[in-house]
Design a protein around this ligand. Structure first.
Ligand code: HEM
Ligand code: NAG
Ligand code: NAG
Ligand code: NAG
Ligand code: NAG
Ligand code: NAG
Ligand code: NAG
Length: 329
C-alpha cells in the first residue's frame, strides 16, 4: 500500500492514471451499482437532473434526443460513451455512422453536464454514466416513469463506425430483422416492444419514412395524407414529424394506441403491430396500449437492461476527465 501511495503522489500521464484507476476499481467495474458514486460524488445525480430539466425546459425535444443518445451509445459497442467521440485527423468515431449523422442530438448538453460534474468532483464520473442518467431524467422530465440507474460504466477510448452501422436498427427493417437485432443484444420480443415505446416522444425526419407514407397499405389514409403534406415526394427530407401524432412531448402510452389505429410513423413502428392477428408482437402492443402502468414498468426494466448491454472490449476502457467529445488517451 505504501508503494502504491508513493507512486500515486508522483506526476504521471493520463494513460498510467487510467491503468492505476483500473487496478483500483477493476473488481467492481464489471458490475454496475446504483451507489457507485455515493462516496465519491454524492451530488452527481442532482447535478445531472437539474441540467436535464433545464435543457428540456428550453426545448422538450432535447429529452427525446438524450434518450435516443443512450440507445445509440449502448447498441454500438455497449454503453461506453463511444458515440460522443468527435472524429479527428487520426480517428473515426461513430458520429458519422448512418443512424447517427445529421440525426443524433444532445452531444453538447452532455459536455455541459460533464463540465458541471467535473467542477464538483473532478475525474470521478464517466461520460457513459452521465448519458445513462440523462436518459432517465429526460423520460421523467417528460412525464414518464423513473427507475434507478446502475452506475460505474467506464468510457471507451475507441469507437466503432462499423458496429454503429450494423447494430443500430434501421427504420426499414421487417419484424423478423428487428427481432434479430434486439435478440443479438439480449432482448426478448416483449422487451423490444417496450423499448420501442420510446417513440412516444420526439421527432423523425421525412427521409426516414417515405415508403411508409407513399407506398404502404397498412396505414390510416387520413394519417398518411397529413404526413405527405409535410413530406413531399421530392425535397423536404429534413422536415420533422412527431413520432407520436397525439402527444410527442409527453412520455405516455399513446405510441401504442397509434399503432392499433395504423398510425405508426416509421415502417418499423407499424411492424410491431400488423392488425390482422398474425403478428408475433401484436399482443404486447395491445397490452401496452391498454395499460400505461404495465408499459412504464416494462420500459423501466428494459432501460436498466439496455444500460447493461455488454460492450466489445476493443481496448482497456478509461476514465475521461476531458470534455466527453474529446479524443481519449
Ligand atoms: C426498434 C428499432 C428502432 C428504430 C428502427 C428506430 C429508428 C428511429 C428513427 C429513424 C428515428 C428518427 C431519426 C431521424 O429523424 O433522424 C428515431 C427517433 C427516435 N428514437 Fe428510435 N428507433 C428504434 C428504437 C428506439 C429505442 C429502443 C429508443 C430508446 C429507448 C429510441 C428512441 C428514439 C427517440 C426518443 C427518437 C426521437 C429523437 C429526437 O427527437 O431527437 N428508438 N428512431
Ligand atoms: C496523427 O498522427 C500523426 C502521426 O502518427 C501525428 O504526427 C499527429 O500529431 C496526429 N494528429 C492528431 C490530430 O492526433
Ligand atoms: C425480412 O427480410 C428478410 C431479408 O432481410 C427476408 O428474408 C424475410 O423474408 C423478411 N421477412 C418478412 C416476414 O417479410
Ligand atoms: C413506391 O413504389 C413505386 C413502385 O414500386 C416506386 O417506384 C417508388 O420509388 C416507391 N416510392 C417510395 C417513396 O418508396
Ligand atoms: C383514420 O383516422 C381518422 C382520423 O383520426 C379517423 O377518422 C378514421 O376513422 C381512421 N380510419 C381508419 C380506417 O381507421
Ligand atoms: C397481415 O398483415 C401483414 C402486414 O400488414 C401482411 O403482410 C400479411 O399478409 C397479413 N396477413 C394476413 C393473413 O392477412
Ligand atoms: C466536437 O464537435 C462538435 C461539432 O463539430 C463541436 O461543436 C464541439 O466543440 C467538439 N467538441 C470537442 C470537445 O472537440
Amino acid at each position: 500500500m505504501s508503494s502504491l501511495s508513493s507512486f500515486a503522489s508522483k506526476p504521471f500521464n493520463s494513460i498510467l492514471q487510467c491503468c492505476l484507476f483500473l487496478v483500483l476499481i477493476g473488481a467492481v467495474s464489471a458490475q454496475l451499482s446504483s451507489t457507485f458514486y455515493s462516496g465519491t460524488c454524492p451530488n452527481v445525480l442532482s447535478t445531472i437532473q437539474s441540467a436535464v430539466q433545464s435543457a428540456v425546459g428550453s426545448g422538450s425535444r432535447m429529452g427525446a434526443s438524450l434518450l435516443r443518445l443512450h440507445f445509440h451509445d449502448c447498441f454500438a459497442t455497449g454503453c461506453d460513451g463511444s458515440i460522443l467521440l468527435n472524429d479527428t485527423a487520426n480517428f473515426t468515431g461513430e458520429k458519422t455512422a448512418i443512424p447517427n449523422v445529421n440525426s443524433v442530438r444532445g452531444y453538447d448538453v452532455i459536455d455541459t453536464i460533464k463540465s458541471q460534474v467535473e467542477n464538483i468532483c473532478p475525474g470521478i464520473v464517466s461520460c457513459a454514466d452521465i448519458v445513462a442518467v440523462a436518459a432517465r431524467d429526460s423520460v421523467v422530465a417528460l412525464g414518464g416513469p423513473s427507475w434507478t440507474v446502475p452506475l460505474g460504466r467506464r468510457d471507451s477510448t475507441t469507437a466503432s463506425l462499423t458496429l454503429a452501422n450494423s447494430d443500430i436498427p434501421a427504420p426499414f427493417l421487417n419484424i423478423t430483422e428487428l427481432l434479430r437485432s434486439f435478440s443479438n443484444k439480449g432482448f426478448s420480443p416483449q422487451e423490444m416492444v417496450a423499448l420501442s415505446g420510446a417513440h412516444t416522444i420526439g421527432q423523425a425526419r421525412c427521409t426516414t419514412f417515405p415508403t411508409r407514407i407513399y407506398n404502404e397499405t397498412n396505414i390510416n389514409s387520413t394519417f398518411a395524407t397529413s404526413l405527405q403534406a409535410n413530406c413531399p415526394r421530392n425535397g423536404g427530407d429534413d422536415n420533422l414529424s412527431p413520432l407520436d401524432r397525439t402527444s410527442s412531448t409527453t412520455f405516455d402510452n399513446a405510441y401504442f394506441t397509434n399503432l392499433l389505429s395504423l398510425e405508426g410513423v416509421l415502417h418499423t413502428d407499424q411492424e410491431l403491430f400488423n392488425g390482422n392477428g398474425t403478428g408475433t408482437t401484436d399482443s404486447f402492443v395491445s397490452s401496452y396500449s391498454s395499460s400505461s402502468s404495465t408499459f412504464f414498468t416494462d420500459f423501466s426494466d428494459a432501460m436498466v437492461k439496455m444500460g447493461n448491454v455488454p460492450g466489445v472490449e476493443l481496448e482497456e476502457p478509461c476514465l475521461v476527465m476531458l470534455p466527453c467529445q474529446t479524443e481519449r488517451t
